[in-house]
Write a protein that binds this ligand. Structure first.
Ligand SMILES: Nc1ncnc2c1ncn2[C@@H]1O[C@H](COP(=O)(O)OP(=O)(O)OP(=O)(O)O)[C@@H](O)[C@H]1O
Ligand SMILES: [Mg+2]
Ligand SMILES: [Zn+2]
Length: 268
């Protein structure tokens, strides 16, 4: 609570009644007497108490917003910030229901170290739902999240890599976007295995998005990946396979139609 001494000065409208100073605004005492002390002692009248409470609440709100703002820096990609459940156009889909359920039961998921694997073809909404989870966990629980693509970690400058690796074990939720899309070099593989090992040792949940199928995770064509993928399989027991036409194709088609409306059919 923001502390400020009460003011027993007489302001316009204040009045004296039976030797006590009253607030002219809320008509409650601004002073009191204590036996043995000749002077009037200042106290908070009702309206100044309420005004300090409002200020205190506003400061708390600002602190919360600043905390959320800071936590959102853990989402490495401007697009991730835009994906929220309010924009979900498939709220009845299994992926949506499971994603929302995951957030509602976050404390239990965290305790049980339960993660999700979103797999499926391009543009089907894997990153969308993973980012919805990230945003909601930050907003609702004020927990730390690192959402980042595997390639970004592998290609990160050495000056930021240490910090990223620290976060990989420290954050409450790690979301690795586009697992399997990174360049397959021996350095890349070594880094990837480090990321998965570190996270596994942290005992905290991992969510991934990938174009790989569940079968490919269980039996990778590139045998070098078996150990890391085997851990992912265990760390992400909830498997969601997204199907259907690519959202991107649909968005492109909508844009094409819009352009046709504006420019006329012959121009497209
Ligand atoms: N449930 C949804 N509600 C609204 N828009 C969506 C939804 N799912 C996806 N989109 C839109 O479709 C686009 C593609 O989705 P997203 O990036 O999640 O695909 P993806 O499955 O991760 O694809 P990729 O395999 O290429 O990474 C997004 O930019 C988003 O605008
Ligand atoms: Mg994606
Ligand atoms: Zn008052």
């Amino acid at each position: 609570m923001l502390f400020k001494f009460p003011n027993a000065e007489k302001s316009p409208g204040d009045y004296m009644h039976e030797g006590i100073l009253y607030c002219g605004h809320c008509k409650t005492p601004k002073s009191c007497r204590i036996e043995g002390i000749p002077a009037l002692l200042p106290i908070f009248c009702k309206c100044s108490k309420e005004s300090y409470q409002r200020m205190d609440e506003e400061m708390k709100r600002q602190r919360e917003l600043a905390k959320i703002e800071k936590l959102k820096q853990g989402l490495h990609g401007a697009i991730y910030h835009k994906f929220v459940f309010e924009k979900d156009v498939r709220p009845d889909s299994n992926a949506s229901l499971v994603s929302r359920g995951y957030v509602s039961n976050w404390e239990k998921m965290k305790e049980g170290n339960i993660g999700i694997m979103f797999s499926g073809d391009v543009g089907t909404g894997k990153t969308f739902y993973a980012a919805c989870i990230a945003n909601e966990i930050i907003e609702k629980y004020k927990n730390s999240v690192l959402m980042i693509s595997v390639s970004e970690i592998i290609n990160a400058d050495i000056s930021v890599k240490d910090e990223l690796f620290e976060k990989i074990s420290a954050v409450s939720l790690l979301i690795l976007d586009d697992v399997g899309a990174e360049r397959r070099t021996s350095y890349g593989y070594e880094q990837f295995e480090n990321i998965i090992n570190l996270r596994d040792l942290s005992g905290k949940p991992l969510v991934i998005t990938t174009n790989l199928s569940i079968a490919e995770i269980r039996k990778p064509p590139d045998i070098a990946y078996s150990r890391a993928y085997d851990r992912i399989d265990r760390m992400c027991p909830q498997k969601l396979v997204l199907t259907g036409t690519s959202f991107r194709k649909r968005i492109a088609e909508q844009k094409r139609r819009k352009a046709m409306e504006i420019l006329g059919e012959d121009c497209i």
